[in-house]
Design a protein around this ligand. Structure first.
Ligand SMILES: Nc1ncnc2c1ncn2[C@@H]1O[C@H](COP(=O)(O)OP(=O)(O)OP(=O)(O)O)[C@@H](O)[C@H]1O
Ligand SMILES: [Mg+2]
Length: 241
């Protein structure tokens, strides 16, 4: 299977006067249609890692980072960050990545339909039936004309998934997407999402602190370990294959 992400020696620091947090990625390789769980306690760097994988957050150091979302399309992300090619990075992100934030992240002044349409509009994709069909699969077809504030928490997260999937990305990144929901609703939503991504051949990368849930979904878990270094001034967390 194609390697979609390949990272070597990636570092992100959140230090003030040498004190704070450091994220290390010695090596991660993610293959097409592999589904990945990023697990670890609060503050260990899950969101930091996902923001980097979503090409939103710039690494401080990066020996190698390539993204190969579709055949014949290989991007040297390390080089793009090094040369500050923000618009190219944003184009790759818009085209190939869908991102579901923990809070949902729907725009409150747009209807659910307008929110879901947004990624397609940004790519000038045609106005076909895909909004209706993805909404139906996720069970929010009757919510499309409402503002997000009028939806239940579960419906909002379904709408966030619909928005992240509407442009048919290769990669779906979801940061604790069901953390705010009761376990039964969370499981129902993730079961539907897993079916959708299987059907569309999408690679899922999700952060969770719910171990049991992740094992039930049969995701590959990245290894995470943390230690205090530099006289306890730096909390260093390492994610690897
Ligand atoms: N913008 C920022 N500036 C400085 N430090 C930050 C920033 N964002 C996060 N951090 C720090 O980086 C570390 C990792 O944070 P991160 O949000 O990635 O953790 P997390 O594993 O996602 O936690 P949670 O499970 O609570 O969401 C924390 O110590 C946090 O305080
Ligand atoms: Mg987080």
């Amino acid at each position: 299977m194609t390697v979609i992400y390949s990272l070597k020696n990636v570092v992100k620091e959140r230090l003030i006067d040498g004190v704070g947090f450091r994220l290390l990625v010695p090596k991660i390789e993610i293959r097409a249609q592999e589904n990945i769980a990023v697990i670890g306690h609060s503050g260990c760097g899950k969101s930091t890692l996902l923001d980097m994988l979503a090409l939103i957050l710039r690494p401080d150091q990066c020996d190698e980072w390539s993204v190969h979302p579709v055949d014949g399309d290989n991007h040297d992300i390390a080089k793009l960050w090094r040369h500050d090619k923000q618009s190219k990075l944003s184009q790759i992100r818009k085209q190939h990545i869908g991102y579901v934030l923990q809070s949902g992240g729907l725009l409150p002044y747009l209807t659910v339909r307008e929110n879901i349409e947004l990624p397609r509009k940004l790519l000038n994709l045609p106005d076909d039936d895909s909004i209706n069909s993805i909404s139906k699969v996720l069970g929010i077809e009757r919510q499309l004309d409402k503002l997000p504030g009028l939806l239940s928490a579960g419906e909002r997260q379904r709408a966030s998934f619909a928005r992240a999937l509407s442009h048919r990305p290769t990669i779906l990144i979801a940061d604790e997407p069901t953390a705010a929901l009761d376990p039964i609703t969370a499981q129902k939503i993730m079961a539907v999402v897993m079916e959708v991504i299987k059907g569309l051949k999408i690679t899922l990368i999700t952060a969770s602190h719910d171990w049991a849930h992740v094992y039930k979904m049969e995701l590959r878990t990245l290894r995470q370990e943390a230690e205090a270094v530099e006289d306890g001034k730096v909390y260093q967390s390492r994610f690897t294959d």
